[in-house]
Design a protein around this ligand. Structure first.
Ligand SMILES: [Zn+2]
Length: 321
């Protein structure tokens, strides 16, 4: 692929996408990137729009190609990714720096092409945040706690400068939200904490099995008699590992960003406070210590002390086996 002009370039990009379903574009910021799903239909819409604009502004084709080459905003897909990096490092790229103005103007148009896609992706992720029973404020506070504030794109690099000036504010906000949600979801424990387990009690209001009172059940109960080893739901650090009254033998894992998982009523604890665990590491055995009506694992996920429904977390982000 030597010629990166106009719709040829978009056609070439289209050919890299799967015929059915979505691929993704990677929008490169300063030191990080955002992944946005895209399909062939999206590219076809871009080509149609590009043709309409090109009728009015003949330089557009060159400009879009210049943007792609300059790597200000790069479409990357599989081997195309490698190609872009080669281009960015080439002498041709240096020469293209002079065409910055054309690139800037093309970027304005390009950002219109992608704004819809970015907004749609942000919206679908926000729907997942709703499904999890949390909200964007919690997600953003949680992520700020590990990343610090200051936004996705630093003002220091030339490319970030161009992005800040020419990408519509709404798209930057969408990209910021996408990044926060993706970072947040990456912190949530994605693994089922017992192999071959089934859920005997879900999250929400229920009659307490021992006292009979109507009380909120702040986790889920899992039973696995065949494989009763309890596994860490995600990577993290053990912050609690001992018996605690009605909770029985309990382990708490801190996953960062205010996300914790709780494992109650264990028969045996195999970790100590301060241990670092990977997702799926054995942390103990299912049991019936504390106040229970029989052997089970009571499993909770908390974000800044607020309880999420672990079944929803597993449904939205889980490694379903
Ligand atoms: Zn329970």
């Amino acid at each position: 692929m030597n010629n990166l002009h106009g719709d040829q370039w978009l056609e070439s990009l289209k050919s890299k996408l799967p015929e059915k379903g979505r691929g993704e574009i990677i929008i490169i910021g300063d030191g990080d990137s955002t992944h946005v799903p895209i399909d062939r239909g999206d590219i076809e819409r871009m080509i149609r729009r590009q043709k309409r604009h090109a009728a009015m502004r003949g330089w557009l084709y060159k400009g879009v190609a210049a943007v792609a080459c300059a790597g200000l905003v790069a479409f990357t897909l599989g081997t195309f990714d490698k190609y872009i990096h080669q281009v960015v490092e080439s002498a041709k790229y240096q020469a293209l720096a002079e065409k910055r103005q054309a690139a800037v103007e093309a970027l304005d148009l390009y950002s219109q092409f992608t704004a819809d896609i970015v907004a749609e992706h942000a919206q679908s992720l926000e729907t997942q945040v709703d499904v999890l029973g949390t909200d964007m404020q919690t997600v953003e506070e949680s992520i700020d706690s590990i990343l610090g504030t200051g936004g996705m794109i630093s003002a220091r690099s030339a490319s970030a400068d161009v992005l800040n000036q020419h990408v519509p504010q709404t798209s930057l906000e969408s990209l910021q939200r996408i990044r926060s949600i993706e970072e947040f979801m990456a912190k949530l424990p994605a693994r089922v904490p017992m192999a071959a387990s089934h859920m005997t009690s879900g999250f929400g209001m229920r009659e307490h099995p021992v006292s009979g009172h109507l009380l909120p059940h702040r986790g889920i109960d899992l039973v696995s008699w065949d494989e009763p080893a309890i596994l860490a739901g995600g990577p993290g650090r053990v912050t609690f590992a001992e018996a605690d009254g009605s909770s029985g033998k309990m382990v708490i894992i801190d996953h960062g960003a205010g996300v914790e998982s709780y494992y109650l009523h264990m028969a045996r604890i195999d970790v100590e406070v301060g241990d670092t665990v990977a997702a799926g590491d054995v942390i103990g055995l299912m049991g019936d210590t504390g106040q229970t009506d029989g052997g089970h694992l009571h499993y909770e996920i908390r974000v800044a002390g607020r309880h999420l429904d672990p079944a929803k977390v597993l449904e939205v982000i889980g490694d379903v086996e």
